[in-house]
Design a protein around this ligand. Structure first.
Ligand code: SAM
Ligand code: SF4
Ligand code: F3S
Length: 438
């Protein structure tokens, strides 16, 4: 415990959560929302009128850490108006609790990724005792039994937490601890709870879902059980690791029509030497075999990926191997990042490439992949897709997602939660514009 905050005990307890980072952090924010509601606090969508501001942070790349830090710094004036609690949670809080606490005196509460259970009690203690708190305990927390509020017609259910893979560039295992799987009964409980609240599309979430194991249940077995839960319209999963994606999983996707044919399979690099330095534990040949297998057995499957540009020691030739693989595999989409050294990771001991070179390589990757996405989007013209409508789009349109996770817009209002077959009539920018099939 550290001393010194001036919190007004008349705080009316309205909280606002700002989330940075990946789906796991978004899921954790909903988890905290539920925990805070259970503790008697009230959510607000207006940060200015909030008494409690929670900043759920990310530190996967330096840029993400900087964005969160400057957002927190910008809350000083809000906090200085008095009677307010500022709470920093998530991966950056776990990684840099001491630093944040020392440099930012307006932060009242710092909570690490396994320490959300007591968020309500911590805030009450801060308000009552005018103290500052830091809780970055490391535990086997899986937040069992806490079902988050439904976030729309498409939602996430965490099936595991943490990661034990230690890819050499990645800070996630350091800030989220080792992989832990959630028991099936708890996963089923949350899925059923969300279905009863109108959720139609559920993404099973984990840093490497293919490593899920609880007692004798592996990921393919879990996927099959989830597919049989009454009322599950659509099921997806995120993220897969190519080294663990089993043929049994491909078979389950093929067997159950409510499992969407979309695989997010981060490639990271097309060079075997770089993949080995990254500790990814597959070769490009194994990756190619896996994608071939998925596409042979499920021809309509979409495959998306993540790629890192400019990993330390990557040569021009090795970078060109990545470009060649993008051209060969023609991913439906790709998230591309410039390499960012992270403290405490193995790769951060290697000398980084020049910033300019990393930037150029990222631009080259983006140029190639943008062309491929454009071609693939145009290939959708005239074809029929099943779309789940999720929200309103500009100009009275409606936005939805295909089973392959592609955004589609239809003119006119369609109630969120409706599933309709549509035909793609035109492409505007990168967005397919469709008409419903009668
Ligand atoms: N668990 C997933 C996986 O295995 O790919 C996602 C992990 S991470 C949250 C999402 C992506 O960020 C990774 O796939 C990787 O491409 C990228 N990434 C992670 N660490 C990075 C780093 N230090 N620099 C650049 N990109 C990074
Ligand atoms: Fe990071 Fe690798 Fe784990 Fe993904 S699998 S979270 S990239 S260590
Ligand atoms: Fe996600 Fe960022 Fe943490 S990507 S796991 S919020 S470091």
């Amino acid at each position: 415990m550290i001393e010194g905050s001036g919190i007004n005990t008349n705080s009316s307890g309205r909280f606002y959560i700002r989330t940075f980072g990946c789906q796991m952090n978004k899921n954790d924010s909903l988890l905290m929302q539920q925990l805070l509601a259970d503790a008697g606090f009230e959510p607000t969508a207006d940060p200015d009128s909030a008494d409690i501001h929670i900043v759920n942070t990310c530190t996967v790349r330096q840029h993400a850490a900087n964005r969160a830090l400057s957002y927190i710094a910008g809350l000083k004036r809000w906090h200085d108006r008095g009677g307010r609690v500022l709470c920093v949670t998530g991966c950056l809080a776990q990684a840099e609790a001491d630093e944040i606490s020392r440099r930012m005196a307006h932060v009242d509460l710092i909570l690490g990724t396994d320490a959300y259970q007591n968020i309500g009690d911590h805030i009450k203690e801060i308000i009552a005792k005018k103290v500052r708190l830091v809780d970055t305990r490391v535990s086997n927390e899986t937040y069992c039994g806490i079902y988050h509020p439904a976030a729309g017609v498409a939602d996430f259910v965490a099936i595991m937490r943490g990661c034990s893979n230690y890819c050499s560039y990645c800070i996630v295992p350091n800030v989220r601890g080792p992989a832990r799987s959630r028991p099936y009964e708890d996963i089923r409980g949350e899925i059923t709870y969300l279905i009863e609240r109108g959720v139609k599309d559920i993404t099973l979430l984990g840093q490497n879902v293919n490593e899920y194991r609880h007692n004798d249940l592996d990921f393919a077995g879990l996927l099959e059980r989830v597919a049989k839960i009454p009322g599950t319209c659509r099921i997806r999963f995120l993220t897969s690791h190519p080294k663990d994606f089993s043929i049994k999983t491909v078979q389950v996707i093929e067997d159950y029509c409510n499992i969407c044919e979309w695989c997010h399979l981060p490639l990271q690099s097309g060079s075997n030497r770089i993949l080995s330095l990254m500790n990814r534990r597959y070769t490009k040949e194994q990756y190619l075999d896996l994608v071939r297998n998925i596409r042979d057995r499920i021809p309509q499957a979409t495959v998306t990926t993540d790629v890192i540009a400019g990993f330390p020691t990557e040569t021009d030739e090795e970078f060109l191997e990545t470009i060649a693989l993008l051209e060969q595999l023609r991913f439906d989409d790709a998230y591309m990042y410039r390499y960012s050294p992270r403290p405490g990771t193995k790769a951060s001991e290697l000398t980084p490439l020049a910033e300019e070179m990393i930037k150029e390589r990222l631009s080259a990757l983006i140029a190639v992949q943008t062309g491929i996405v454009k071609e693939k989007t145009h290939e959708m013209l005239g074809k029929e897709y099943e779309v789940l409508f999720e929200s309103a789009a500009k100009q009275n349109g409606s936005r939805g997602k295909t089973r392959g996770n592609k955004d589609v817009v239809v003119r006119g209002h369609i109630e969120p939660g409706t599933i309709k077959n549509v035909v793609i009539k035109e492409i505007k920018g990168h967005t397919p514009i469709a008409e419903p099939v009668d």
